[in-house]
Ligand binder design. Structure first.
Ligand code: DGI
Ligand code: FE
Ligand code: FE
Length: 197
């Protein structure tokens, strides 16, 4: 199977042109980690590679460019001026409308890679996790989170969400509803699995 995309070469040019060197390396790291997690947890490796590689395609746009894409694609007003939350939504729109990517699961994995959301597929969940645990990340607990991601994707997802919510709360920032719903959803999923044992 090969992923639907009108011009893969142009897409790669777009990625290289629009990402800073370190962000490009991060994208390669997420691609590799996503494939590793797909293999371990039984998801489509090709889709994981694709979503991982292009997940941050809109990350380095300046705010003016980002806002113009938010308007062009009729995305929610709350994304205006908020590159941290907008880049994942804009990235998914660019992949779909400017490069003909039609795979819903890939598009949603990119769309929700920053906040996560409830009812995620394994692909969405592993892209969310791979983004945080790829090899180029430098925080001190990296190895702990990587091992958790290899052994228990749900628990890794939960710990990352708890950390994000805690850190945003400390910084007095608005926590997106998708982030909160994702936390409740994955917590419940873990409980159900444990009760089923
Ligand atoms: O693009 P990356 O740096 O690889 O990682 P990312 O897409 O997860 O983006 C991280 C940023 O997103 C970080 O600055 C925190 C922010 N973020 C994540 N969830 C939320 C959030 N910001 C707000 N305001 N609300 C959220 O729920
Ligand atoms: Fe991102
Ligand atoms: Fe990223």
């Amino acid at each position: 199977m090969s992923i639907n995309c009108t011009n893969r070469e142009a897409l790669d040019d777009f990625l290289r042109t629009n990402l800073k060197e370190s962000r490009y390396r991060h994208s390669q790291g997420v691609e590799e980690m996503a494939v590793r997690l797909a293999r371990l947890h039984g998801a489509d490796e090709e889709k994981a590679a694709f979503a991982g590689r292009y997940h941050d395609i809109a990350k380095n746009f300046d705010t003016e460019t980002m806002d113009s894409y938010v308007r062009k694609y009729g995305l929610p007003e709350k994304l205006i001026g908020n590159n941290a939350l907008a880049h994942s939504k804009v990235g998914a729109e660019i992949l779909e409308h400017e490069f003909g990517v039609s795979d819903r699961e890939i598009l949603d994995a990119v769309r929700y890679h920053t906040t996560a959301c409830k009812d995620m597929t394994i692909l969405e969940e592993l892209i969310f996790v791979a983004d945080v645990v790829e090899d180029n990340r430098t925080y001190s607990d990296l190895e702990y989170y990587q091992n958790l991601a290899y052994t228990d994707l749900d628990k890794a997802c939960l710990e990352i969400l708890e950390y994000t919510i805690g850190s945003l709360t400390t910084r007095g920032m608005v926590i997106d509803i998708d982030t909160l719903e994702a936390r409740d959803w994955v917590l419940n999923k873990i409980k159900e699995i444990e009760n089923g044992k």
